[in-house]
Design a protein around this ligand. Sequence first.
Ligand code: ADP
Ligand code: ADP
Length: 229
Amino acid sequence: PPMIELRAAGLTYPGPPPVAALTPCDLKIEDGEYVTVMGPSGSGKSTFLNIIGLLDTPTTGRYLLDGFDTAALSDAERTGVRSATIGFVFQAFHLLPHRSARENVELAMLYQRVPRRRRSQRAQEAMTRVGLGHRLDALPTQLSGGERQRVAIARALVGRPSLLLCDEPTGNLDSDTAKSLLDLLSDLHRDGMTTVVITHDVQVAARGQRAVTIRDGVMSEPGRRGDDA
Ligand code: ADP
Ligand code: ADP
């Protein structure tokens, strides 16, 4: 089955007044794809990411993850599947300010039953993977913006997710730093990571294999056969 399959999945916030944030849509994302999601502010991109990231539940339709209907999951199971399967990267890096880079990455494994010694080792591996093996003990304030976002990516990777969800990952970075961060995402994708990146930047969107657009809660994929291009 596809890794991600939305079947007429949509979300309306109850309000009042109710807001149709995502109109029922169909989408399949296969294992190993790199998909970008573009659209203006308030168009429903985060709502979409929250649904596929198991942070929110569609109010209509179905979301199948690896062929399994996520509606069948209890809250505890959703949390478990989320932490075992999905890594998140946000625009604001959300690092704990008084913890070293290594500790920030290690803390992501708190809810996985990884022994302490293995946690430290895996944090180091993830930091090395993002090119920061030499900055393990740095505090976030001692790192540049680009480095902080790399730490955030290491934190997302350390749980060995099969899906990486990024919400405006370069939104706080200058263009050179953004480019090198996008190179890192491309590397991860080349190594097999299924990658979904939300952006309003066409340069960022150009990095993916598929570009989905959301406008006023309506998803489309211009250029894909059978779509409304
Ligand atoms: P984007 O990520 O594209 O900026 P969002 O998915 O955050 O868009 O929001 C889509 C729409 O849903 C917007 O109109 C927004 O105001 C609304 N919205 C988002 N979150 C909530 C919420 N918790 N309650 C009510 N409306 C919301
Ligand atoms: P980048 O080009 O990746 O954004 P910078 O030019 O901002 O990097 O930083 C270069 C080096 O200086 C990096 O190794 C970074 O960790 C370090 N550095 C940046 N800001 C600070 C700071 N406020 N305190 C200590 N070190 C810093």
